[in-house]
Ligand binder design. Sequence first.
Ligand code: F6R
Length: 242
Amino acid sequence: MKVVVLDDEERIGSAVGEQFCALAREKANAVFGLATGMTPIPTYQYMIAQYKAKNVSFSSVRTFNLDEYCDLPRAHKNSFYQFMLQELFAHIDLPPAHIDFLDGNTTDEFAESERYRTAIEACGGIDLQLLGIGRNGHIGFNEPAENFTVESYKTALTPSTIAANSIYFDDVPMPKYAMTMGVGAILRAKKIILIATGSSKADAVKTMLEGEVSPRCPATALRDHADATVYLDPPAAARLCH
Ligand code: F6R
């Protein structure tokens, strides 16, 4: 796994955002795997700025997001779908029909998982997958567990994830479940970029890069990927030995 340490999150956003823009320029029908949360916002801001400067078009890109809350309407302001609209999709020329999300309100999680797997496969697979990391080492909503997950599934969120995200819920209680791509589905992406910024991620980053590969820290699975790069700022890299 390649590790790149840059001065701050803005520089990381430019470096990573440029890779998404370059892919959109170079490959017709490029397939992006996208994440929500605070970490990717500078990346999305860079992509929006490049689009507004007419340096890139996303009109042939297809996107698949990692996860979505269960039991929350897609139109609710805290859904990950709305987050992506606000932070990226509404500001670029990505056609709405090219956006795919796991349906957190599905009544058949297995059918929905299979729909998502085949939709990604039909597009030729994810070319570039963006990831953040939870303080407990989660990727997507794959929380520490006894086994690595494979396909998309419905998962119970841990108290630490609920505590981290419940600050965003002021009108309804934070959902306790989410649909997420499994670790195996994430690893099928041709190229993966994980961004971690801030001191709160330093322990998870150390375990991801220097701990044993284990589902107790789902992000350690990325060490088995042929083309995975981690972008860190100095506080997130502070506990690394090398
Ligand atoms: C979001 C996701 C999560 C986040 C992680 C970090 O789609 O899959 O794994 O990447 O919880 O969140 P932030 O970036 O808010 O620290």
